[in-house]
Design a protein around this ligand. Structure first.
Ligand code: NDP
Length: 330
C-alpha cells in the first residue's frame, strides 16, 4: 500500500507525544478529494497545538497544521480535477480534522480553495492563515470606509505573521502604518522595510488607559486583545474601525462603551476559521492582486518537517518572526 509521511501528535493517559511517522494510505481521513501536500506553514495556533500549550487539539491522534497547499491527485467531486492547485485555511484542520503537516491528505471538497494562477503553493503557505486573516482585516477596514485619508492605522503583533502581512498590505494600499511592537530595537528595521512609517512601543499601550483618549488612529488591525485593544478603541478617530483578530496579549477586553457611543467606533471581529467560501475567494484574489511578493519573500523562513517542533516553541514564547513555510517533503 502507498505510504505518506506526517507529524503526529498523540496523548495517551495524559502523556503527550509528537513524532514523524510513515503511515499507510488506509489511515487517510474521509473525504472526496485527495491532495498531495507540497507546503504547510506554522501559525500561532499551530505553535500552541504542537507544544500542547493550550487545548487546540480536540481529538487524538492528530496531524497538526491548520493550513496546507498542494495538488489534487484524485477527486470524486466534479468541482475539482486532478492537477488543480488548492489550499486549505482553517475549517478546524489540525484541531478536529487531520491537518497539513503531512505529505498527503484526503478531505471534503467544500474545504478547498482553488489558488489564483499567480499564487504558487509555496506563496500560498507563505501567506497562510496569518496572511489570509490580514487580508480579511483589510477588507473589514475598507467595508467600514476607512481610507488612507482616515488617519494612521495601528498594527499590533507587528513582527508576527498577521502583523507583518497586514503592514505590507496596508502600506501598499497607501495607508500610513504604525507598527506596535515589543521588539522595536530588534525588529524595527524589518518593520520599516515592510512599510511601517512609525514604530510604537507595545508597552505604551499595555497598561490600563483612559476610557476616552486623544483621537489618533483612523483604524487598527489588532492581534493582541486585552489592554492594547481597549487603548486602541479609546484612541480611534470618529467612525474609525478596528479589526480584532487575535489574543497574543490577552483574551480579556477591559474597555468602556465611550468610544462606541461618543465616536461611533466599530469593533469588527475576524474569524478566519469558518469564513464562507465566497469571502475566502475574495480575500485570496485580493492577496493575488495586492500583496508585494518581494516583501513576502523577506518575511519567510523555510523549514522541513523535522524542524517544526523547535520552531513551534518560538510561537509560544513570542519570538517567532514573520512567516514560517514548511516544505513537508524535505
Ligand atoms: P505570531 O506568533 O506570528 O505573532 C504574534 C505577535 O504578537 C508576536 O510576533 C509579537 O509581535 C506579538 N506579541 C507577542 N506576545 C505579546 C504580548 N504579550 N502582548 C502583545 N503582543 C504580543 O502569531 P500570528 O501572527 O500567527 O497570530 C497573531 C494572533 O492572531 C494570535 O493571537 C492568533 O491566535 C490570532 N489569529 C486569529 C485568527 C482569526 O481567525 N481570528 C487567524 C490567525 C491568527 P511583536 O514582538 O512585534 O510585538
Amino acid at each position: 500500500m502507498r505510504m505518506y509521511r506526517a507529524l503526529v501528535l498523540n496523548k495517551i493517559d495524559e502523556t503527550f507525544s509528537v513524532e514523524i511517522s510513515d503511515l499507510a494510505d488506509d489511515t487517510l481521513p474521509e473525504g472526496d478529494v485527495t491532495v498531495e501536500i507540497e507546503y504547510s506553514t506554522l501559525n500561532y495556533k499551530d505553535g500552541l497545538a504542537i507544544t500542547d500549550s493550550s487545548p487546540v487539539v480536540r481529538m487524538w491522534p492528530m496531524v497538526p497544521g491548520i493550513d496546507l497547499a498542494g495538488t489534487v491527485s484524485a477527486s470524486e467531486n466534479e468541482a475539482f480535477s486532478v492537477g488543480d492547485r488548492v489550499a486549505v485555511n482553517g475549517w478546524d484542520f489540525g484541531e478536529k480534522r487531520w491537518g497539513g503537516l503531512a505529505t498527503r491528505t484526503r478531505l471534503p471538497a467544500s474545504t478547498l480553495t482553488k489558488l489564483p494562477d499567480s499564487i504558487s503553493t509555496r506563496d500560498a503557505m507563505a501567506i497562510g492563515t496569518a496572511g489570509y486573516t490580514s487580508m480579511l482585516c483589510v477588507l473589514a477596514l475598507e467595508d467600514h470606509s476607512v481610507t488612507p485619508e482616515s488617519g494612521p492605522i495601528a498594527v499590533t503583533g507587528a513582527s508576527g505573521g498577521v502583523g507583518s502581512i497586514a503592514i505590507s498590505l496596508l502600506s501598499g494600499l497607501g495607508y500610513e502604518v504604525h507598527a506596535v511592537t515589543g521588539r522595536v530595537e530588534e525588529q524595527g528595521d524589518y518593520l520599516r522595510s515592510l512599510g511601517a512609517s512609525d514604530l510604537v512601543e507595545r508597552s505604551s499601550l499595555s497598561e490600563p488607559g483612559r476610557p476616552f483618549a486623544r483621537a489618533t488612529w483612523g483604524g487598527a488591525v489588532d492581534a493582541a486583545g486585552g489592554n492594547i485593544l481597549a487603548n486602541l478603541l479609546s484612541q480611534t478617530k470618529p467612525y474609525g474601525c478596528i479589526a480584532a483578530c487575535g489574543l497574543a496579549a490577552s483574551m480579556d477586553l477591559p474597555a468602556s462603551v465611550a468610544p462606541f457611543i461618543l465616536r461611533g467606533i466599530t469593533l469588527q471581529g475576524i474569524d478566519s476559521v469558518h469564513m464562507p467560501s465566497a469571502k475566502r475567494d475574495q480575500a485570496w484574489n485580493r492577496l493575488a492582486a495586492d500583496l508585494d511578493r518581494d516583501a513576502l519573500s523577506t518575511m519567510v523562513t523555510e523549514i522541513g518537517l523535522n524542524e517544526v517542533v523547535d520552531m513551534a516553541a518560538k510561537f509560544v514564547d513570542g519570538t517567532a518572526k514573520g512567516r514560517i513555510v514548511v516544505n513537508v517533503n524535505n
